[in-house]
Write a protein that binds this ligand. Structure first.
Ligand SMILES: Nc1ncnc2c1ncn2[C@@H]1O[C@H](COP(=O)(O)OP(=O)(O)OP(=O)(O)O)[C@@H](O)[C@H]1O
Ligand SMILES: [Mg+2]
Length: 378
């Protein structure tokens, strides 16, 4: 998949910006606060129907106006064109998403059609932050590669909300009769999710090892392990997982009544990252965190490449600022065969001498939400 052109209207600090992109790399240059990341965010609206960081849609509307519009022309790997458009109306709090002029009413259907891999400073929380950040990472990789997972997750979240509401409304009183069918549903969908996550992470770890080797040249050995509340070691099938969740649900009953919320299920999963057997969060250096994160994202690209119909687009926001020259060049080399990339940076230095600007590789200078120069073969 490639994004050929992009138009932003009243999106963040871009009142009206247009881009014609190169098929290989696209570098967005500019000083701090000029609107480079905003362009990547607009691309993520087209591919994921939302911002790649947890921003409310309303904050993306250009201040003083009431709606934003982002439009892009994609070309698939088999050369089919798609015009994608998203319009957000702040007053109605409504998002309208169109593919080739047809409105898509179920936004979840879009996930996976235009696969992307994003690496941005916010992603540091994947290795530094709470378990929810690691679940979010795994969920997005899985969602982009499996429609069934998106559906399982949506259904699970609906049941979890309802079950939490019953527990909270009961305020410590016995609500077991009302709760029972919801517990059954929670276990049914929850076991499907745990089973899928277990299968996914068992496969994904080999991609991470390979990617980490490519970045760090065999200096260290990374590992990654799924940590659900129940023991899933060995080949656990869905029924075995459901049985284990039943036992856990029984054990948590009294505590759930006391706290008024659900205390078991995949919303409590974690993923343990480590390097040479030592947990990343407690022991790793800044550079090791960054290397691990880059390896996760390269692994994500390789994984999606094999499972999606389309080659993912890569968005790298400010990735090079923390890397030394050698690692930056290594990463640029690795990115070269990986399809279309979008890179934001405040300095052109790392590209000097290694990148020629031509039809495929283009650079754009952004100043105050305006493209002031587009340099390519023309
Ligand atoms: N809704 C909005 N309306 C108008 N301007 C906005 C809106 N949201 C953000 N901005 C402005 O956009 C600018 C930030 O843009 P962006 O994050 O893309 O900068 P950047 O070029 O990536 O900078 P950096 O190099 O610091 O990461 C800020 O000046 C901010 O005030
Ligand atoms: Mg930025």
């Amino acid at each position: 998949m490639k994004l050929l052109s992009l138009t932003l209207r009243q999106f963040r600090n871009h009142v009206s910006s247009g881009f014609a992109f190169g098929a290989a790399s696209n570098v967005l240059l500019g000083k701090n606060g000029q609107g480079k990341t905003n362009v990547l965010e607009a691309v993520s609206y087209l591919c994921l129907t939302k911002s790649f960081y947890a921003g409310a849609d309303a904050t993306a509307v250009h201040c003083g106006t009431s709606m934003f519009e982002v439009e892009g022309d994609f070309v698939s790997d088999v050369n089919v064109r798609h015009r994608v458009r998203i319009v957000y109306d702040e007053q109605m709090r409504q998002k309208h998403f169109f593919i080739n002029a047809s409105e898509i009413t179920k936004l979840s259907e879009v996930i996976g059609l235009f696969p992307i891999v994003v690496l941005s400073p916010e992603n540091n929380s994947i290795t530094f932050g709470s378990p929810s950040e690691r679940r979010k990472f795994a969920d997005l990789v899985m969602a982009q590669s499996s429609k069934a997972y998106v559906e399982d997750m949506m259904e699970y979240k609906r049941v979890l909300r309802q079950r939490n509401k019953i527990l909270s409304d009961a305020r410590g009183n016995d609500c077991s009769a009302v709760l029972a069918p919801w517990t059954e549903m929670l276990i049914r969908h929850g076991s499907a999710i745990i089973h899928r996550r277990n299968t996914f992470l068992n496969e994904f770890v080999t991609y991470v090892e390979k990617a980490y080797d490519a970045v760090a040249h065999n200096e260290e050995r990374p590992s990654l392990r799924y940590v659900p509340q129940i023991d899933v070691s060995g080949a656990m099938d869905r029924d075995a997982i459901a049985a284990a969740l039943h036992l856990l649900a029984d054990r948590k009953q009294a505590d759930e009544r006391r706290t008024g919320s659900t205390l078991f299920g995949p919303q409590r999963d974690d993923i343990a990252f480590s390097i040479d057997g030592l947990p990343l969060r407690e022991y790793a250096s800044q550079g090791q965190h960054k290397t691990y994160l880059i390896a996760l994202k390269i692994a994500e690209f390789w994984y999606l490449k094999e499972r999606c119909a389309e080659l993912p687009i890569i968005l790298f926001d400010d990735v090079f600022s923390e890397l030394d020259e050698t690692r930056s060049h290594q990463l640029l080399e690795m990115l070269a065969p990986m399809g279309q990339t979008f890179i934001t940076t405040t300095s052109e230095r790392i590209f000097q001498g290694v990148r020629q600007w031509d039809d495929e590789h283009r650079k754009f200078y952004i100043r105050s939400g305006t493209v002031v120069l587009q340099e390519d073969a023309a």
